[in-house]
Design a protein around this ligand. Structure first.
Ligand code: MSP
Length: 516
């Protein structure tokens, strides 16, 4: 049974409009899914978290019912992802029956197994983060994560025996030191585990916008509900003998679960414990990435700094923003965003290095060979090509390791080498020469330039799916740009005689805004 590369994003609270931070995680998942697809099967799940007090409050403030509110907002989230050239395989909403069924079945299973019990919760609650907090964890009486006011709760509740899983969690963390990345987050989670775990309240009373607890009385705590989306979407049944279970285990355990660092605890401590309680395995990797900030503040923290992600994609093109998000900082770290920074990278790296390479190559090809790819002596023995034979494997390894910046730096070695060859070999001079050696050198050079661009389009496709498809089109290619790398990326595969179709600049220059 062939395993599928299963990648997930958090499901986003649908309490307001999506912003660039939400696009960020989703784009990263898209890059991984597209990369995995160059050598196998992948499955990419995203979606929205519709229950809970935060969403209910937002709906009430807008004077609508929570369900109507969610129905109205879902298209906005989907259109944001579309605007960023994201191609997910499934988009889950937690109000869907397929999800509610699984949450109730898991609840029943845990109750039957003695993993949950009835008690009383007394403590604080942060509505923004939908998180229970012990008094001792508050910072100046406020939520330690988002800094907002917390409310006092005192209610009967169902508790999940999280504390019973502490030893197994510690063992798991020690045996798999790379299962939580980056290392800083791993260490933080280890410190929490070493400090001890409390049982977790997993129900809410006096509050109705959630999944009913079988038997009635209260609703499931929104985080308990939300985490289960990762398995409800791929059809968890818990019945080991069923065909559905076999399908489920082609996907589960997930290969990569992407989250922002503020929700690492839910995904690396609570989530594996819940999975073990129902007899499933922990995900292979939880990667908790950093925040996009403006003036040192996480975007989205206050409404004021939420960047309009639609306008951004409009201004620079979605692919250029995708490139920026992955190129700007090592994945995992926080980084600050400004339009000026995007514009600078855009003009220098995409416009000059890559865009001009396409434009110059195709213009010279038109001039020297009427636009058709020339026939070199023997393309397969190109020394230049041989230098890059290991590049695709390197790029893929970096991408699948989530070292996006390294993947781009490695790819740029080819961009730089191609540009350097134009400067060094001066095709315009070769073209003027009457001698056959120069003519052969020109053919070899122009062939390598075309072949190099073909490689670049494929290698950059996971990161810039739309612009690379345009480069592909201009190169006159009709095979798929997202094909299998092993097969397609062998130097010399570009068929001589292919007629190129130069078009508009792939990354037209943009004006850099004056710093504010
Ligand atoms: N609904 C929960 C997640 C449940 S998953 C079972 C939630 N939703 S959220 O709407 O607040 O989205 C959080 C996620 O959005 C973060 O984990 C992160 O992936 C992304 N980001 C939100 N703001 C961000 C930044 N400023 N920077 C980077 N990513 C950001 O938490």
């Amino acid at each position: 049974m062939e395993r599928v590369y299963y990648v997930t994003t958090p499901i986003y609270y649908i309490s307001g409009n999506p912003h660039i931070g939400h696009a960020y995680t989703t784009v990263v998942a898209d890059v991984l899914a597209r990369t995995a697809r160059t050598s196998g099967e992948s499955y990419f799940l995203t979606g929205v978290d519709e229950h809970g007090q935060k969403v209910a409050n937002a709906a009430a403030a807008a004077g609508t019912s929570p369900q109507e509110w969610c129905d109205r907002l879902v298209p906005r989230w989907k259109s944001l992802f579309e605007a960023y050239n994201v191609r997910y395989d499934d988009f889950i909403r937690t109000t869907e029956p397929r999800h509610e069924r699984v949450v109730q079945a898991v609840f029943e299973r845990l109750r039957a197994n003695g993993d949950i019990y009835m008690g009383t919760y007394e403590g604080w609650y942060c509505v923004n983060d939908e998180t229970f907090w012990l008094e001792s964890r508050l910072v100046e009486g406020r939520c330690p994560t988002c800094g907002r006011e917390v409310q006092w709760l005192s209610e009967d509740a169902w508790f999940f025996r999280l504390s019973a899983y502490r030893d197994r969690l510690l063992e798991h963390f020690r045996a798999h030191p790379d299962w939580v990345r980056p290392r800083s987050v791993y260490n933080e989670m280890m410190a929490i585990l070493e400090g001890g775990l409390e049982d977790l309240s997993i129900s809410r009373q006096n509050f109705s916008w959630g999944i009913q607890i079988p038997g009635g009385g209260s609703v499931v705590y929104v985080w308990f509900d939300a985490l289960l989306n990762y398995i409800s979407a791929i059809g968890w049944t818990g019945n080991a003998d069923s065909a559905a279970d076999e399908r489920f285990h082609r996907f589960w355990p997930a290969r990569t679960q992407l989250v922002g660092k503020e929700i690492a605890r839910f995904h690396t401590i609570i989530w594996p414990a819940v999975l073990w309680a129902i007899g499933e395995r922990a995900p292979e990797l939880v990667y908790a990435h950093g925040w996009i900030t403006v003036d040192g503040q996480k975007i989205g923290k206050s409404l004021g700094n939420a960047v309009d992600a639609f306008a951004l994609a409009e201004r620079f093109g979605a692919d250029a923003v995708r490139y920026f998000l992955l190129r700007e900082a090592p994945f995992g770290s926080d980084f600050s965003y400004s339009e000026e920074k995007i514009a600078q990278r855009y003009n220098a790296e995409l416009g000059n290095d890559l865009g001009n390479l396409v434009r110059r190559t195709l213009a010279m090809l038109a001039k020297y060979y009427g636009g058709a790819v020339p026939k070199p002596q023997d393309a397969r023995v190109s020394e230049f090509g041989a230098r890059f034979a290991a590049l695709p494997a390197r790029v893929r390894a970096h991408l699948l390791q989530l070292d996006f910046r390294e993947a781009l730096t490695a790819t740029w070695e080819l961009v730089t080498a191609l540009n350097r060859r134009i400067d060094d070999e001066k095709p315009w001079a070769l073209a003027k020469s009457e001698n056959e050696r120069d003519a052969a050198a020109l053919r070899a050079l122009m062939y390598d330039l075309c072949e190099g661009l073909r490689w670049l389009a494929m290698l950059l496709h996971p990161i810039m799916p739309e612009r690379t498809a345009e480069i592909w089109r201009q190169l006159g290619l009709s095979t798929p740009v997202d094909g299998d790398w092993e097969q397609a990326l062998q130097w010399g595969r570009f068929e001589s005689g292919t007629v190129t179709k130069p078009g508009d600049a792939v990354f037209p220059r943009i004006e850099i805004p004056a710093p504010a």
